[in-house]
Design a protein around this ligand. Structure first.
Ligand SMILES: [Fe+2]
Ligand SMILES: [Zn+2]
Length: 295
């Protein structure tokens, strides 16, 4: 047991939709929790990544059924698409892309579970195509892409945003409020960021929840005299950003947008923003992937 605490190990996971995947799902859960625990250097076995994989699997099956894609392949692709994320307890270390490691895990575990070679190959291709702009997308990889992004949409997306901020040690701070810029900007473009018809209509519906929630949340903070914010629109290339800006600095002077620029990152074009006070040194910096338009 090496002192590791088992947390709800028996029933803590969402069931699979394709029952033949149940044994494979169980093995994957054990593997993912172990890798994530090693990465976090914690004796607790976290469910952050496994939870994401399961939610994406639920969306993938739903999209697949509506889009005429094999739901078993879709569920398998979703369950394994990030399986290599914390390989060996590290994150983005070495030069092997995490998708390659995800596929290795898939091949190893699916092989033991008796999944056919053809299925494993199709699923591997979909995982490789997921964020590779150089190759075309198959219907399976489009379903996977949309399912992965639906986990960041709507109230679920907001819940995940707060969890992620908390895991990084951030509470309800001015920085965290300012970074709602990213959520609001992504919500604005929900209709252009999804490949499938089903994914797109779900995303658009959910984006309204995101927009409503953020506006209500900012209203409450203003009414209760906690943070006073305003939303400004700024264009960078062909994207209009929804900047959530604090109205004033703690020194009393106004906060302004000071710098905005883009840089080519490894996975995306990054938008960089700097807001700040002209009187004191107070700065808020945000960097995020420019929303990727697929339609
Ligand atoms: Fe993912
Ligand atoms: Zn100031």
């Amino acid at each position: 047991m090496n002192g590791r605490k088992k947390t709800n190990a028996k029933n803590s996971y969402a069931p699979v939709s394709n029952v033949e995947l149940a044994p494979l799902h169980k093995k994957l859960c054990q593997y993912i929790r172990m890798e994530e625990a090693a990465y976090n250097e914690t004796p607790l076995e976290p469910d952050t990544l496994m939870g994401h994989l399961e939610r994406v699997a639920a969306y993938a099956v739903r999209l697949a059924v509506n889009e005429g894609v094999d739901p078993l392949r879709a569920e398998l692709a979703a369950l394994f698409h990030d399986a290599g994320k914390f390989h060996g307890g590290t994150y983005h270390e070495g030069n092997k892309p995490e998708e390659i490691r995800s596929i290795e895990v898939l091949k190893e575990l699916a092989g033991e579970n008796g999944q056919s070679r053809e299925v494993v190959e199709d699923v591997s291709d979909a995982i490789l195509q997921l964020y590779n702009d150089d190759c075309g997308k198959t219907p399976l990889s489009m379903v996977l892409f949309d399912a992965d992004n639906l986990d960041k949409m709507g109230l679920l997306g907001i819940a995940n945003y707060f969890i992620k901020s908390g895991l990084r040690g951030q509470g309800l701070t001015a920085e965290m409020i300012t970074k709602l810029t990213v959520e609001l900007t992504y919500a604005r473009y929900a209709g252009r960021r999804f490949y499938t018809k089903t994914g797109r209509s779900l995303a658009v519906k959910k984006s309204l929840d995101t927009i409503r929630f953020i506006h209500d949340f900012l209203d409450v903070l203003r009414e209760d005299c906690i943070f006073d914010t305003r939303i400004e629109h700024v264009q960078v290339s062909d994207v209009v950003l929804e900047l959530v800006m604090l109205s004033s600095c703690h020194c009393g002077a106004p906060i302004h947008l000071q710098r905005i620029w883009t840089e080519e990152g490894v996975k995306c074009t990054q938008i960089h923003l700097e807001m700040g006070c002209r009187v004191c040194e107070n700065r808020y910096k945000i960097k995020f992937c420019r929303p990727m338009f697929v339609v």
